[in-house]
Design a protein around this ligand. Structure first.
Ligand code: SF4
Length: 243
C-alpha cells in the first residue's frame, strides 16, 4: 500500500505510453490489460501495439455481447497484431444463476442484476487476474461522478492487486480525437450514440449532453450503475458480491 502511494506522484506525470512501459517493466508477466473494447481500451491497445509491449490482454465474453463487439475483437487482433484472450463465465455458476433468476432476471432488482454481473463479469475477471499483481483499465475520472476519484495507480481492494488507469485524467473528446487521428479501430455503435457499451440487453444510446454511462442499466438509479469490476475503496463493502 505504501509502495503504491509512493509511485503515484511520479506515474501521474507520465504519458500513456510511459505509464504502460513502466507497468510492463515493473510487473512483467504479472500484469493483465482487461479490455471491454470501449473507446479508451482501444486507445490503450493501440499504444501497447505501437510500443510492442508484451502485455497479457483479456476480454470478458459475458454471453450477452453485441455481435459488433465480437467483430471488433477480431478486427483489433488483426489490425493491431495483438492476441486477446477471451474469458467466459464458468458454466456451472451460469446455469445455477439462470435457474435461479431466469435469462432476463437482471431487470427484477439491483440484487439480481449484480448477481448476473458477478457471474458473467466479476468472477471471470477474478479468474483472469488470479496470481497476477496488477491490471490495466481504461477508466477516466470524467466518465461519471462515480468514477471521479479514479487514480493512475492504486490498490484495488476488489481484486487485491494494483489497478493502473493510464487515461485517468483524459476527457472523452481527447480520447475520440486521439483514436481518430491514429486510425484505431473503434466500436461502430459509438457513432449511433452508444457511448459506453456493455452487454446488449443492458445498454442503450444516450441523448446528446447526457452522462456517457447513463445508457447502462438505465432502469436503475444512476448511482448504482457499476457492474462490480470497478468498485472503489470504501465502496466495495457496499457490494456483497465483490469481496
Ligand atoms: S451487464 Fe446485464 S447481461 Fe451483462 S452481466 Fe451485467 S446484468 Fe448481466
Amino acid at each position: 500500500m505504501e509502495e503504491v502511494a509512493s509511485w503515484e506522484p511520479q506515474i501521474s506525470k507520465l504519458s500513456v505510453g510511459e505509464i504502460l512501459q513502466w507497468s510492463s517493466r515493473t510487473f512483467g508477466h504479472d500484469l493483465v490489460f482487461a479490455t471491454s473494447l470501449g473507446l479508451e481500451d482501444q486507445l490503450v491497445a493501440q499504444v501497447i501495439a505501437d510500443l510492442r509491449l508484451n502485455i497479457d490482454i483479456v476480454t470478458l465474453d459475458t454471453g450477452r455481447l453485441y455481435e459488433e463487439t465480437q467483430t471488433l475483437i477480431d478486427q483489433t487482433q488483426n489490425q493491431l497484431g495483438l492476441k486477446i484472450r477471451v474469458i467466459t463465465p464458468e458454466h456451472e455458476s451460469l446455469e445455477k444463476h439462470l435457474s435461479e433468476w431466469g435469462p432476463l432476471g437482471f431487470r427484477q432488482s439491483v440484487t439480481a442484476r449484480r448477481a448476473c454481473c458477478a457471474v458473467r463479469k466479476v468472477m471471470p475477471l477474478r479468474r483472469a487476474l488470479a496470481g497476477k499483481r496488477a491490471w490495466i483499465t481504461g477508466l477516466r475520472r470524467d466518465m461519471s461522478p462515480w468514477r471521479s476519484d479514479v487514480r493512475v495507480v492504486a490498490h484495488d481492494h476488489s481484486f487485491d492487486g494494483i489497478k493502473i488507469a493510464p487515461l485517468w485524467d483524459w476527457t472523452r473528446p481527447m480520447v475520440e480525437s486521439w483514436v481518430a487521428d491514429r486510425g484505431t479501430p473503434v466500436h461502430p455503435l459509438h457513432a449511433q450514440g452508444y457511448l459506453s457499451i456493455g452487454c446488449a440487453p443492458c445498454t442503450r444510446p444516450v441523448a446528446e449532453g447526457d452522462d456517457e454511462r447513463s445508457g447502462r442499466w438505465w432502469w436503475e438509479r444512476h448511482e448504482q450503475s457499476e457492474c462490480g469490476l470497478h468498485w472503489h475503496e470504501g465502496r466495495v463493502l457496499a457490494n456483497p458480491l465483490v469481496r
